[in-house]
Write a protein that binds this ligand. Structure first.
Ligand code: GAR
Length: 208
């Protein structure tokens, strides 16, 4: 985010229920938050995440991999759809697709993952943490790089695992903490900036 402008323009990408998106939409309703969701994009139709965007009066779009001749073609089309909204920041909030390095060079992109990275990357963070028997897991907000949940870490929050948790109950407890972390971090990035220096991410007044 080299040149900061307020409110910062967010494009949020979703694949599912969109409760993290909703937390951002709710936060953005307060002008002092410093950010605005200018579009919601998805890789599939008919999801609650898109309905949340519609209800908030935010433009939505869908780019399905199956509608394109190749994954590269899809990725370029997605980048063009996102780019049309001139975002300062792209936030993947339960977006279940990997993005190309071309996309990531074009847009500063954050992702939220329901585990304490680098532990339990991939699609099943809560399940894998539960199966491993950890007593503490959590959520991680990170700058997306070319890997699977490997990028420089912006923020993390710890969440205890209860003896009687199943995957759903653990994921729900993680998501409560995850939404708060996402809202707090994105707001600070919007208002105060962020620098990424190798693996080190600094959010705050000294950041550009
Ligand atoms: C969130 O817990 C997010 O971290 C996770 O999907 C959930 C989406 O919830 N993402 C991943 O697992 C990505 N590896 P939401 O649709 O209610 O915001």
């Amino acid at each position: 985010m080299p040149e900061r402008r307020l409110p910062a323009r967010l494009v949020v990408l979703v694949s599912g229920s969109g409760t993290n998106l909703q937390a951002l939409l709710d936060a953005c309703a307060d002008p002092s938050y410093g950010a605005a969701v200018v579009a919601v994009g998805a890789d599939r139709d008919g999801i609650e995440g898109l309905a949340r965007g519609d209800r908030a009066g935010v433009p939505t779009f869908v780019a399905k991999v199956s509608d394109y001749t190749s994954r590269d073609h899809w990725d370029r089309a997605l980048a063009d759809r996102v780019g049309a909204f001139e975002p300062d920041l792209v936030v993947c909030a339960g977006f279940m697709k990997l993005l190309s390095t071309d996309f990531l060079e074009r847009f500063l992109t954050l992702n939220t993952h329901p585990a304490l990275c680098p532990a339990f990357p991939g699609m099943h963070g809560p399940r894998d943490a539960l199966e491993h028997g950890v007593k503490v897991t959590g959520a991680t907000l990170f700058v997306v790089d070319g890997g699977v949940d490997t990028g420089p870490i912006v923020a993390q929050v710890a969440v205890p695992v209860a003896d009687d948790d199943d995957v759903a109950s653990l994921h729900e407890r993680i998501k409560v903490a995850e939404r708060a972390m996402l809202v707090e971090s994105v707001g600070r990035i919007a208002r105060e900036g962020v620098t990424v220096d190798g693996r080190r991410v600094r959010v705050g007044t000294s950041a550009h």
